[in-house]
Every structure is written in C-alpha cells, then in structure tokens.
Design a protein around this ligand. Structure first.
Ligand code: 6R9
Length: 644
C-alpha cells in the first residue's frame, strides 16, 4: 500500500513532526519545489491576528528578505495565550538554582503568562514602548525569561547581553542599539563565585547616554548602588500591577530582537531577527529536530545570553507548549555529576548541550555519571562547535546508553534556528556529522571561486542558496555591513563562514570556521576584537591572535604580542594582558597562551600571515609553506623557537 502523506490531502498540515525517513525525503523535495507553499503550510498552525498577504519576497543582493508580509501577530500570544486553555496547568518553566540545596522554581503556563504580563506592565509604567530597544543583562533566573517575553509582549526589541561580558562590552552594545532601558539584577551565582552584576551595569552606564531607566530584579539580596530617578527595584514597581497585559500587535517584519555576535572584523554586530519568520522557524525546527512530544521534559543548558538560549531554551519550547528547564549554575558545581542529577530530578527526556561541556564532564570521569539512572532521557543534542568522535561516543554510550539518538545541530546566531541536523530517530545519524538539512533549508558547498560543488564526498565553503524564515534580516544600524559580511563573498549566496564536507550519502560534516573567527567553548570571537582588547594594555604595541586546538574548549586563544620594551617579568605581563582582555570583553575571551615576539610575519603589503601563526600555535612547524613574500622571513624562526 502506498503511504498517503498528509500534506497532499490537508491544507493545514503543519510539518511540525516528520515521522520517518521516507516522509523526510518527500517533504524535503516539496520544500525545494514549492518553498512558499511549504512554509505557508508550516505557518498555518500559529495564532495570527491577521494572516499574511505574501509568503516571501527576497533577493540576496541587497539583501532584502521578507517573510509573511502583511501578517499581524505577537509571538507571546503564541508562546503563552494560546496554551492557556489546554495547557494552563502544565509546567512551562522549571528553574534549578546554582546551589542544589536551594529550592527550585516551577511556573505553569498560566503563572508564566501572568508574570510576563505583570513585567510587561512594569515596563510600560516605566516608559517603554513598541520599538524601543531594551538591554537585558541578567543572571540565569526565571525573571530573565520573563523579562525577555515581557519585551516581546509590548513590542520592545530585546538585546540580551550575556552576563559574563564586561562593562565595556555591554556599553558598546547598549550604544550601538541606542537602548533606552536596561533590565538587570543585583548579583549572580556561578558555581562557587558570585558576580556583582549591578555594579558592572553602573560602570557600563557611565559610557551610555541613551539609557533612561534601569529595572533591577533582586536575586541575592545584595545592597547595590541605585541612581535616583534612573534605577528602580522590580519588586517595588510590580506592587499592585495587573496580571493582564494585552499583547502589542506586530507586523511580520517588525524587529523582535537584536543579538550581538562576532565576525571576522570590527566590533560585534547586532544580528536582527523579526517577529513572524523567527517564530515559525523556532517552533518548526524545535519540534522536528528533537521530535518533541507533549509529555517531554526538555532541558537546554545554554545561557539565554546566546542564540541557543533564545531559540531553544525559550521561544522554541514555549511555542510548542513544552516544559523547559532553566539552570543557573555550571556543569561542575558542586561536582561533575550536577547535570545528571538534574536530569534525574526532573525526569528530563530531551537534553541539549555543547561539546565543550561534554568534553569537560568526560574528563571528570564516568563515575559521576554512574550514580544516576538517566532513564528518562530519549533524545540528546549537541550545539555550538564540531563535536569530536570521542566526545560523541561518550555522550551516546554513557549518557544516552546507546538508546537515545544524538542530534548534532549546526546553525548560527544569524540563522535563528537549526539548519542542518539529524531529526532524532528519523534521519540517519553519524558521529561528528550534522547530517541532512532540515526541509526548507538549501545548503550548497562552493569552491573558492563560488562555483557550486555538486558531487558527494567533497569539501567546500558552506553557503545557503535560498532564504528560510529564521534568517538574519540586517545588522542593526548598518545594513551594508550585513551585505558585506554574508552576501558579498559569493554572489547570490548567504555565506556561513564555515567549511564543510559532504559524505557519499549527502550527510554534512561541519569542519569549522574558515574566517578569522575563533570558537572558544562554543562562543564566537573575532580575532580583531581580541587583538583590539589586548592592544589596550599599555605595554603592547601590536598583537595577533589565532585559535589552536584545545582538549576541552575546542579552540583556545593564542596571542602573539609585541611590547614596547622586553618585559622584565613575563608572567606579570601575561597577567596584565589577561586582565586587560577581561576588562574589555570578559573572562570568556581570556587568552590561553601569550607569546612575546619582536615582530609578526607580515607580507610586503602589511598583512599578517595568520597561516604561519596558526601552524606555530598548533605546534606544527614542519611545513610552514611559502614564506618568501614575507617582509622579514627571519621572524618566523624566532616565533618558532619561542612557541609555547
Ligand atoms: C548556534 C551557535 C555559530 C558557529 C558556526 C559554527 C559553529 C555551531 C555547530 C558548529 C559544528 C555544530 N557551530 N554549531 N560547528 N557543528 N553542530 O552556536 O551560534 O554562537 O553564532 O556560532 O558555531 O562554526 O558558524 P553561534
């Protein structure tokens, strides 16, 4: 008997769950043959105040990409209101604190709805309105999730800044987006450490003129310095405030959020996502990749300060009506069994984390795993960087007990959601391979001239040839930068910045960045950005930064620095440089190795030959390639000898 696919018979088929490989192939084909019809079907199942007039308008030259034009909606009505009837008493959010002895928090969909509405009313009461940019700099506490949704509720554009970034990084982001408000907390816990969050905000705001209000959520009960007329406590503001707040009606292409991320050059750029397309893509990809079921307890360990936290801790799961777990702490506190303890405690069935965490826990030994049953798990996910085969197998065997599929999900801040990934249990899974693209995603590999490489068993630059709803629309305040960064390298294509292989069956394996972006523990940094930070140190004249393979972090940061005079105490100099970087960017960008050099390998035109620096940092100096175009070839020997 031939199988009849729903989409052929039903106009309202949502494709939120593709159930087997044959169906995947057919749906994929349809998504390429009739992308507009396909995405219109996916979009049907959402709550729209008004449906779209056109599904898609696009060109990759300007670029100009518009999905679901004419539609009116609010994403929070889809995350919250539409679930109230059937899932009002279902758990929406479970929050686990840093300290396992402290009490966890649970909100049902009804409670989350009320909290979001109240927070939204507090924002309005403090002058926030549709279109305003609001910076959120907060610990991983429930109020962070609530604050993000509250912004979306009133149509304000959230710009979440990861609370590990320095005052200076925050100030850059606030100024770039001209934020009028900051939402923050007194302090935060991270393992054994506590961080004075509000103090960092105070310092940042010395450099920011646009911020009129700061809303402070009390978390650790610290006494903090409040600026009269600007800073208010959330708990004071929320007294007597209504638990109902009508959602602002948004156009499909109105801004939903800005999230800053690093590229090859210059300061981090504000990646812009818009309401309708992002929403559709978040739920669609969440349900298909993880094969989400109503009874699942889902846990994504990412911080909301990163895109993974936006799409797969918050929006994706809430759109789907799932129970999502949020964790304040770190994987190794109080010990390396913490993740597994939490899995057992809440009966987590879908678990999504980063290779760097897997490698760190693998290094701590399997004993930490054996004390827990992990019986509830049924799907495992990985994101942020390539997962090496050893870590993949450890994850599959020791955490998944060889019973749960591992989905290696490739995507980017710019893509909004997962692009290439195994669909759990549905499409083929192969260690260290992301797998096939999701239906609606059209990747191609090109050579350095931009010609498509059509065969299998090939390697090339990973590009996209057709838009998808979750894609970046612009870089905030500078559309030309968006064009140059992503659409100018290869004509008519979106260039990801990654290199990839395609195996004989067509499965993709991502190799890593081919540009000057370093991926440290799944976090992106531009080499230029770190160099600029290092150069702030008074002793440093010039620097060059490259990535090198690191057992736990994936890539480590290796810095070559030229000083004004040879330092007497190298260790002191190193600590000072590290301190400078921490101040400029934050702890996560700390160089792992710093080599003092008297010069850098530069071509006659003044360009640093990073290839050589990379080889030295990798410890592979056997073949440095052609160095004849260097201005001063002798410098290479010095650098080789001093390698760390
Ligand atoms: C979601 C996220 C994006 C860059 C991307 C690539 C790397 C992410 C990956 C992966 C191999 C995976 N990356 N997932 N590489 N396999 N499954 O991480 O976004 O922070 O913007 O980083 O991360 O290099 O280009 P973002």
């Amino acid at each position: 008997m031939t199988k009849t696919l729903n989409y052929q018979t039903s106009k309202t088929m949502s494709y939120h769950q593709i159930k087997d490989f044959e169906e995947y192939q057919q749906v994929y084909k349809r998504s390429v043959d009739d992308p507009e019809g396909f995405w219109a079907d996916v979009a049907e199942s959402f709550t729209w105040r008004k449906k779209w007039d056109t599904v898609l308008e696009w060109n990759f030259e300007e670029p100009n990409v518009k999905w679901f034009q004419g539609a009116k909606l609010n994403i929070t009505e889809n995350c919250l209101d539409r679930h109230l009837k059937t899932r009002g008493n279902k758990l929406a959010l479970i929050w686990e604190p840093n300290d396992p002895k402290e009490k966890f928090v649970r909100y049902t969909y009804r409670e989350l709805y009320e909290r979001v509405c109240q927070f939204a009313n507090v924002l309005k009461k403090n002058g926030a309105k549709k279109g305003d940019r609001i910076c959120i700099y907060m610990p991983m506490i429930p109020d962070l999730a609530v604050a993000v949704l509250a912004c979306a509720r009133i149509g304000a554009v959230h710009s979440v800044v990861f609370a590990g970034f320095s005052a200076s990084s925050m100030a850059d982001r606030i100024n770039d987006a001209e934020c009028s408000m900051v939402i923050t907390a007194d302090a935060l816990n991270r393992g054994t450490k506590q961080i004075p969050v509000k103090r960092i905000v105070n310092e940042a705001l010395e450099q920011c003129k646009t911020v009129k209000k700061v809303i402070v959520v009390e978390h650790l009960g610290w006494a903090v310095q409040m600026t009269e007329g600007r800073d208010v406590w959330y708990h004071d503001e929320v007294e007597g405030v209504s638990k109902e707040c009508p959602a602002e009606e948004m156009d499909a292409e109105d801004l939903l959020f800005i999230l800053y991320t690093s590229g090859s050059t210059g300061k981090p750029k504000g990646v812009v996502h818009t309401c309708a397309g992002y929403m559709v893509y978040a739920q669609y990809s969440f349900c298909n990749v993880f094969q989400y079921e109503e009874s699942d307890v889902y846990w994504c360990t990412a911080d909301i300060g990163w895109i993974t936290g936006h799409t797969y801790l918050l929006y994706g799961p809430l759109l789907a009506g799932a129970t999502t777990v949020m964790f304040e702490g770190v994987p190794t506190y109080p010990d390396a069994g913490r993740f597994w303890q939490i899995v057992d405690k809440f009966g987590v069935s879908i678990f999504y984390t980063a290779p760097t965490a897997i490698r760190a826990l693998m290094g701590a030994g399997v004993d930490h795993v054996l004390s827990y049953s992990l019986d509830s798990l049924r799907v495992l996910g990985s994101v942020g960087e390539p997962i090496n085969e050893e870590a993949w197998h450890w994850y599959h065997i020791h955490i998944g007990k060889e019973r749960s599929p591992v989905v290696d999900t490739w995507w980017q801040t710019e893509t909004g959601g997962i692009m290439i990934s195994t669909l759990a249990g549905v499409t083929p899974m192969k260690p260290s391979h992301a797998g096939f693209p999701l239906p609606g995603v059209q990747p191609i590999l090109v050579d350095s001239d931009g010609n498509e490489i059509k065969d299998n068993e090939v390697e090339g630059y990973l590009c996209m040839k057709f838009p998808w709803p979750g894609m970046i629309r612009t870089t905030y305040g500078d559309h030309e930068r968006c064009r140059i960064s992503y659409f100018s390298t290869y004509k008519g294509l979106y260039f990801t910045g990654d290199g990839a292989k395609r195996d004989k069956d067509g499965l993709y394996r991502i190799i890593g960045r081919v540009d000057d972006v370093i991926n440290v523990s799944g976090h992106r940094f531009g080499t230029a950005e770190i160099e600029e930070a290092i150069n702030h140190n008074k002793n440093v004249i010039e620097s060059a930064v490259v990535g090198y393979p690191h057992d736990v972090k994936g890539q480590g940061i290796y810095a070559y620095v030229i000083c004004d005079k040879m330092p007497e105490n190298i260790d002191n100099l190193r600590s000072e440089i590290i301190e400078t970087v921490v101040q400029q960017i934050g702890k996560i960008a700390r160089p792992d190795k710093i080599q003092v050099v008297s010069g850098l390998p530069k071509t006659r035109s003044g360009k640093i030959m990073r290839r050589i620096l990379r080889k030295v940092a990798e410890g592979d100096t056997s073949n440095l390639g052609d160095t004849s175009t260097l201005l001063d070839p002798d410098i290479v020997d010095e650098i080789k000898e001093g390698a760390l």
